[in-house]
Design a protein around this ligand. Structure first.
Ligand code: F3S
Length: 287
């Protein structure tokens, strides 16, 4: 049995940057609170916690300690609350997410209603919605599309959660236009997809051509890891999404000659290496 790794996987530059900024800050200042989980990966969060990072859920819980905004970013209301409380802010928002936020803001300022394609409960999307101000609607899938809100202007801007797939976003935009063509005078599409994510998805697709089983490693709450698993399944490959090596059942690998390994953008190298070692050990046992 052969274990093949995707050519692109694991920490993207935005997550690596955010984790390094938090590690530096916690070591320099001795204490730091993070507004929500640093990234959607329990192992990364646990390591930073051991170093002295505390995770809070509301800006009012900062208690005068420096506060880190995570890679997913926040809306302007949260920034204002933090500024009003006078705490030091360490902003680790990924620059690609910041760009989405700025586009949402500009669209609203230019008189466009904003349509966001993504998970309305995801932190990145909630932040982007905040920058788009009031005339904004979120759709998690094209199946949810219907007539736009009655009070929407005829000029629409559309953008996507950064971790969506190219195919899903393109199909969503097409259906949005078709469904509401009588209401739309201008449709401005901002390609807010993240290259790091699309490169990982392409690498997973490429790998799926030469394996019959795919192991996708990453936090269960990680949107981009879940998308990678969906991409692999979409290629017709039996796929398991695991958070850690211990979850792998040796029985999954029986009868597979070539097994693929990929990981989401928030999965640290050491977790990928542990999973790879476990797969190799199982492969040796099964001969
Ligand atoms: Fe940023 Fe893309 Fe990573 S948006 S956090 S570089 S997945």
């Amino acid at each position: 049995m052969k274990i093949l790794r995707a050519s692109e996987m694991g920490f993207c530059f935005g997550v690596r940057r955010a984790v390094e900024m938090m590690e530096d800050a916690v070591h320099e200042r001795g204490s730091l609170v993070s507004l929500g989980s640093v990234v959607h990966n329990p192992q990364v969060v646990d390591k930073l916690r051991r170093d002295g990072l505390e995770v809070i859920t509301d800006p009012t819980q900062a208690a005068e300690k420096p506060v880190a905004i995570t890679a997913h970013g926040v809306g302007p209301d949260v920034v204002e609350k933090l500024q009003a409380s006078g705490v030091e802010i360490i902003d680790t928002t990924c620059p690609i997410v910041t760009r989405s936020q700025q586009w949402a803001k500009r669209l609203a300022e230019d008189g466009f209603a904003v349509v966001v394609f993504g998970d309305p409960n995801h932190k990145e999307v909630r932040g982007v919605i905040g920058w788009a101000s009031s005339q904004v609607v979120v759709y998690a899938s094209e199946e949810d599309l219907g007539p736009l809100p009655d009070d929407f202007p005829s000029r629409l801007g559309v953008l996507s959660q950064t971790t969506e797939t190219e195919a899903r976003f393109a199909s969503f935009v097409k259906k949005l236009f078709e469904t509401n063509i009588d209401r739309i005078s201008e449709l401005r599409v901002l390609n807010t997809l993240c290259h790091a994510t699309t490169a990982q998805q392409a690498a997973t697709m490429h790998l799926a051509d030469s394996v019959t089983l795919m192991i996708v490693v990453g936090g269960r709450d990680s949107a981009n890891t879940r998308h990678l698993a969906a991409v692999a399944r979409g290629c017709g490959v039996e796929t398991y999404h695991v958070e850690a090596a211990a979850e792998i059942d040796a029985a999954w690998l029986a009868d597979h000659e070539r097994v693929g390994l990929t990981a989401g953008a928030s999965t640290p190298d050491f977790v990928i290496d542990e999973v790879a070692s476990r797969l190799e050990a199982i492969a040796r046992d099964q001969g």
